[in-house]
Write a protein that binds this ligand. Structure first.
Ligand SMILES: [Mg+2]
Length: 208
């Protein structure tokens, strides 16, 4: 069996990687995947139905206990965890120097913070990967403006270096302040939607 890989320039934000595998003398299998090569300076994540499959304020009953580094259990016996692709996405962004922000309207930030302290990515609680946690009701324009100010990244916001991943379409209003919006129509962050969002951001930024 022989294998070879070929890198093909796809556009400014991705490389297309084609893997060929020779199965026998006349059959060759191949598959294609893309790798991101360009990221925004700041990625903002909603929490409920973006990083995890529940609402902190109506589905989770305190106290919460960690079962291990990836799971918790609440008073009602419900097991809680991140969506499966979240860890690798957070790790990839961290390794590429991207600043992470959380922006949530939950009425119970204390529950959300506790969960962010229980769920780990590698050996660190995921909360340590976030440079800013923003809470409160109202438009996420306010969350993002506060984070940009806190992190001294207001110029980067102006320049289109922010993206918000969120399962609620109403939060598209953040594009009024030059934050790209990626609507998670399936109510979850997964690898496919993440990469689509980053590629969409790269094209959108060129048009600003
Ligand atoms: Mg949500």
């Amino acid at each position: 069996m022989q294998c070879r890989c070929e890198n093909v320039r796809h556009n400014s934000s991705t490389h297309k990687i084609i893997h060929f595998t020779r199965i026998d003398n006349d059959k060759v299998a191949f598959f294609i995947h893309t790798m991101l090569t360009e990221y925004p300076k700041v990625v903002v994540f909603d929490l409920d139905y973006t990083l995890w499959p529940f609402w902190c304020d109506t589905h989770v009953y305190m106290p919460i206990k960690p079962l291990n580094k990836h799971e918790a259990i609440d008073r009602s016996g419900t097991k809680l965890s991140l969506f499966p692709d979240v860890g690798s996405i957070v790790k990839e962004l961290h390794q590429n120097g991207v600043t992470l922000v959380a922006a949530s309207r939950t009425a119970t930030p204390r529950v959300a913070q506790e969960l962010l302290s229980i769920f780990h990515v590698d050996d660190q609680p995921i909360i340590k990967y976030f440079s800013s946690l923003q809470w409160g009701q109202g438009s996420k324009i306010h969350h993002i403006r506060r984070a940009a100010k806190q992190l001294n990244l207001e110029a980067e916001l102006e320049e289109g270096e922010f993206i918000l991943f969120d399962d609620e379409g109403r939060n598209r209003d953040v594009e009024k302040i030059n934050c790209k919006f990626e609507y998670l129509i399936n109510e979850r962050l997964d690898r496919e939607d993440f990469e689509r969002g980053i590629r969409a951001w790269a094209s959108w930024k060129k048009e600003l």
